[in-house]
Design a protein around this ligand. Structure first.
Ligand code: FAD
Ligand code: UDP
Length: 381
């Protein structure tokens, strides 16, 4: 079969590879001038530091098959994400752990004491937290919420934490020990030469042709038996029902000599600091040495038609519109919507890869049975 994939990010690359290995002819188009989608990395011309162009990406997963898969295509170096935050004139460790709690309250509590203390300041009247704010007030109480989450979240999402779902905060643990690893997954690391060479290796197959600087047009789909779409779901339908809401990011780059902040990620919890965080990219490759350093201040704002969509908002309005787009997609023939933008969900890289592998397997099964491949392998709702 002749198959077109729109988007040369992880979704397009992994699906393309699987289907090419099964003998199909694969064409992948991407409007950008590089492969890799938002995982794209490149060396900074001035400092030679490996830069994560669309924001920092740390690989973390419990999925051993996915971990083995990425390790087939590149060498991963050990990397633990240890995030700091500047708030109220001090630097603290994240995610909230025993060090954070003891430092914030000027105490020397042991794990059980801290657990009891935090339980005593948490709002126990909230039984089932529905909003971000309720989740925070229940599990860390008002002081830590104000210091670390309220201002940051208002900047990141452009709205009050009372309007956001509790699920966003549930991504972050509260630890009653000194473990300051941001993630708790079994496998964590950073590709030695960045993500783009890894994705290039996935795409390196005789049956895969990649065309860059090529934005999809509907005529393009005509000579193909099936299309996999990893662009924005609403974009496929020319935004005819309106635009799904996204946050976008502005990166303000600056370079210095030496070590600017001593860590890869420094968050800023205070509302009056306009950016959410500063990332210093040479610390993402601690096995390399560079005299210069390159940093980015990260500003979050609402996404306009000319911006790159980063974070799906998925608030009530978006969910209603999403349901309408899903219905349209399900009526379409010969197209499957995949990935972060195609299914309008926040997906980490490992989940993107897992879903891409399963989507390809599903496609091959449908093809064998002569049945119709659905519009979504994983529902966006
Ligand atoms: P994308 O990478 O977005 O690729 C889609 C591609 O489609 C793009 O290259 C785009 O140019 C192309 N495209 C779109 N429309 C068209 C069109 N009409 N015609 C042609 N081409 C088109 N995950 C982690 O695991 N760890 C992290 O630390 C992490 N950090 C992140 C930080 C940020 C700021 C963001 C936004 C995401 C982060 N992620 C992280 C998630 C990660 O970026 C995604 O899992 C991954 O990029 C999803 O891959 P994808 O192929 O689905 O989408
Ligand atoms: N968050 C916060 N303060 C921080 C870090 C995170 O308030 O210092 C909130 C913020 O709303 C963010 C959410 O917790 O969207 C989840 O954090 P994560 O690190 O997963 O952020 P994301 O991947 O969304 O940038």
């Amino acid at each position: 079969m002749n198959i077109l994939l729109v988007g040369a990010g992880l979704s397009g690359a992994v699906i393309g590879r699987r289907l090419a290995e099964a003998g199909h002819d694969i064409t992948i188009v991407d409007g950008r001038d590089h492969i890799g989608g938002n995982c794209h990395t490149e060396r900074d011309a001035e400092t030679d530091v490996m830069v994560h162009v669309y924001g920092p990406h740390i690989f973390h997963t419990d999925d051993e098959e996915v971990w083995n898969y990425v390790n087939e295509f590149t060498t991963f170096m050990p990397y633990k994400n240890r995030v700091k935050t500047t708030s109220q004139g001090q630097v603290f460790s994240l995610p909230i752990n025993l060090h954070t709690i003891n430092q914030y309250y000027g105490k020397t509590m042991r794990p059980d004491e801290a657990r009891e203390f935090i339980a005593s300041i948490g709002d126990s009247s909230i039984e089932e937290p529905e909003t971000f704010e309720e989740q925070a007030l229940k599990f860390v109480g008002p002081d830590l919420y104000e210091a670390f989450f309220k201002g940051y979240t208002e900047k990141q999402w452009g709205c009050s934490p009372t309007e956001l779902p509790a699920s966003i905060l549930k991504r972050l643990p509260v630890r009653f020990n000194y473990d300051d690893n941001y993630f708790f997954h079994k496998f964590q690391g950073m590709p030695e030469n960045g993500y783009t060479p890894m994705i290039e290796a996935i795409l390196k197959h005789d049956k895969i042709t990649v065309k860059l600087n090529t934005w999809y047009t509907p005529e393009m789909g005509e000579g193909f038996d099936h299309v996999f779409w990893s662009g924005p779901l609403d974009g496929f339908f020319d935004y005819k029902l309106g635009r799904l809401g996204y946050r976008t990011l502005d990166f303000e780059k600056f370079t210095e000599q030496g070590d600017y902040q001593g860590c890869a990620v420094m968050n800023y919890g205070d509302r009056d600091v306009p950016f959410t965080r500063i990332t210093e990219h040479k610390h993402f490759s601690p096995w390399e040495e560079h005299e210069g350093t390159v940093c980015y201040r990260e500003f979050s704002r609402s996404c306009t038609p000319d911006d790159i969509p980063y974070y799906p908002i998925r608030m009530v309005d978006e969910k209603a519109m999403l349901a309408d787009y899903v219905a349209l997609a399900e009526e379409s023939e010969g197209v499957t919507f995949v990935g972060r933008l195609g299914t309008y969900r926040y997906l980490d890289m490992d989940v993107t890869i897992r879903e891409a592998m399963d989507t390809a397997t599903m496609f091959l099964e449908h093809q064998e049975n002569g049945s119709k491949m659905p519009a979504f392998a994983v529902s966006p709702q």
